[in-house]
Design a protein around this ligand. Structure first.
Ligand code: NAD
Length: 244
């Protein structure tokens, strides 16, 4: 097992990619901390199924909520080995229709949230630990109808680089895992049907990803196999040649 004895916090792990990563890490021997914003019942079910000790409410927009989660991790385990900044939202709109409120909310959760979590993790994360930021293909091409989201995710790439620079002396690796389009509720809720057709057309593998297809990359980045990999982006996107 590649993550045996590791303690892993996955933000937004009551659904989707975060849930799949928590299940995958757990299969590889990690002890995962499940966190939810509002889907408590889902989170408790997952925590129960993967034998997690901690299932905690976490709002990445709220510094106090983050502090309280890290304090709980410190008092329970005395360390954290892996942080996955997965929590995220999207508010789709054409560039001229994106509201100030949407812009602020998306940047706050998708970019400032990981910034806060990394800062608060510093006193508990082990030297040699791993931080994975869940980015997006949108960042790479200014994704259609997602100005705030594309900018937040591009900013997240810069955050990855900056944190990797700061944490290199402690052998803490910080990387971005960048999914393409995943065929889940997140995409159903936020992607315009016309954009979906266009996106599919540009993919070399002519379908959207399954959440489980993000898990192998996350396990790799969290494991000792990736001990010399930092400040990089691992893209899992079906060969989306969307720059064309
Ligand atoms: N689905 C896709 O096509 C896709 C593509 C690229 C990147 N991503 C990214 O993957 C990540 C997971 O998305 P998903 O597809 O699993 O969707 P999802 O909606 O199932 O997961 C997002 C999670 O974030 C949580 N969350 C939202 N706001 C939060 C907050 N303030 N504090 C803490 N948690 C909060 C939600 O409760 C949810 O559990 C996101 O960062 C998303 O941007 C998704």
């Amino acid at each position: 097992m590649r993550l045996s004895g590791k303690i892993a916090l996955i933000t937004g792990s009551s659904s989707g990619i975060g849930e799949a990563i928590a299940r995958g890490f757990s299969t590889e021997g990690a002890k995962c901390i499940i966190t939810y914003k509002d889907k408590k019942t889902n989170a408790e079910k997952i925590a129960d199924e993967i034998n997690a000790d901690l299932c905690l409410q976490l709002d990445v927009a709220n510094r106090l909520s983050i502090k309280s989660v890290f304090e709980k991790i410190k008092s329970t385990y005395g360390k954290l080995d892996i942080l996955v900044n997965n929590a995220g939202i999207n508010r789709t709109a054409d560039f001229d229709k994106q509201t100030e409120e949407e812009w602020i909310e998306v940047i706050d959760i998708n970019l400032s949230g990981p910034f806060r979590c990394i800062q608060e993790s510093l006193s508990v994360i082990s030297d040699g630990g791993k931080i994975i930021n869940i980015g997006s293909l949108s960042a790479e091409y200014g994704g259609p109808r997602t100005p705030s989201y594309a900018c937040a995710k591009m900013g997240l790439t810069a955050l990855t680089h900056n944190a990797a620079r700061f944490l290199g002396d402690r052998n803490i690796c910080v990387n971005t895992l960048s999914p393409g389009v995943v065929g889940n509720e997140f995409t159903e809720k936020t992607m315009d049907p016309k954009v979906k057709i266009k996106a599919l057309d540009l993919m070399l593998i002519k379908r959207f990803a399954r959440v489980e297809e993000m898990v192998g990359g996350a396990i790799f980045l969290a494991s000792d196999e990736a001990s010399y990999m930092t400040a990089q982006t691992l893209s899992i996107n079906g060969g989306a040649w969307v720059r064309a």
